[in-house]
Write a protein that binds this ligand. Sequence first.
Ligand code: NAD
Ligand code: TYD
Length: 339
Amino acid sequence: MNILVTGGAGFIGANFVYFQLKNHPEDRIVCLDKLTYAGNLETLNEAMKHQNFRFVKGDIADRECVFNLFKEENFDIVVNFAAESHVDRSVENPEIFLLTNILGTQTLMDACRFYSIKRYHQVSTDEVYGDLPLDRPDLFFTEDTPIHTSSPYSASKASADLLVLAYARTFKLPVSITRCSNNYGPYHFPEKLIPLMISRALANESLPVYGKGENIRDWLYVEDHCSAIDLVMRKGREGEIYNVGGHNERTNLQVVKTILEILGKPETLINYVTDRPGHDMRYAIDPTKIHSELGWLPETTFDEGIKRTVEWYLNNKQWWQNILNGDYKEYYNKMYSNR
Ligand code: NAD
Ligand code: TYD
């Protein structure tokens, strides 16, 4: 099988590349990535040594680049991870989110139609469902929960999902969609909550918690997300949406305190800062469908996964310090200096 993985130099895409090379070494993986601020070729160093892996630098919204690659490679499956993925950046500047997340998805699907690809898989997010109230712990997102977005990021992801379903119905494109909760694990860019808190706590720097830190996220270890996508793209039903999550709900404050405890750092590092505008309160996934149809279950609990993640950041300081020493420094100062 020849598989195109877009956005494979980012957090989840790179973990997925390694998951495929390990579990399906007979398949060929081609990674198409624009190498934005979030893409890091260093992450793919080990993959580059594999004879069944090829990296191509390019934009999923660049029609000529995409069509040329499809012509050359004759893909069987396309998995689209490529996206602008950070809510805070989408509040600052929504436009690139629309270009990459919506028009990029359309360009890829046009190529899939033209070259009669067997499966187009869209990696989506639970954020398309909006949020749940904190006082209703009995509520969960199912695949039938209406789309109700809050941020330019989630609106762009929801738009892409709607386009994917439209291409399935109108053009009979063989598609599938997974909507996953928050991921964490190795290669997570240090602008997101967990790696940001680990890297800053290690440097004894203040930890910016938005609002009261009471917002809830449903955390999934990244390898469990990779196994879910792998199952759905190979065995999931065409035209279907599958929610992915492992019932690991934690408030942001719980997450930050757990990291401090593992690192042996004091809670006095916590700094409550102005809340994110439009901040979603709670995400929580009902994963019944993917479990009952495909037998998927997560393997890593939050307590185990967070220890493993902190350990990874301790053992791979060079990886994230290279990022912190670059342009990202400017971004952090801009976003947090007056907060
Ligand atoms: P990321 O920001 O770490 O990586 C995104 C990758 O896409 C980067 O390598 C970047 O260079 C590349 N990219 C961006 N624009 C591109 C373009 N126009 N053309 C080609 N490549 C481009 O993101 P992530 O956290 O790994 O998320 C991957 C996907 O999973 C996204 O679609 C995101 O919406 C979805 N998702 C993420 C989470 C999460 O918790 N991180 C949860 C659910 C779903
Ligand atoms: P984030 O990792 O940006 O993921 P998402 O917004 O897609 O869920 O944020 C996770 C949670 O952590 C979210 O409720 C916002 C909060 N947060 C902070 O409190 N401080 C921070 O510096 C960041 C980046 C996030």
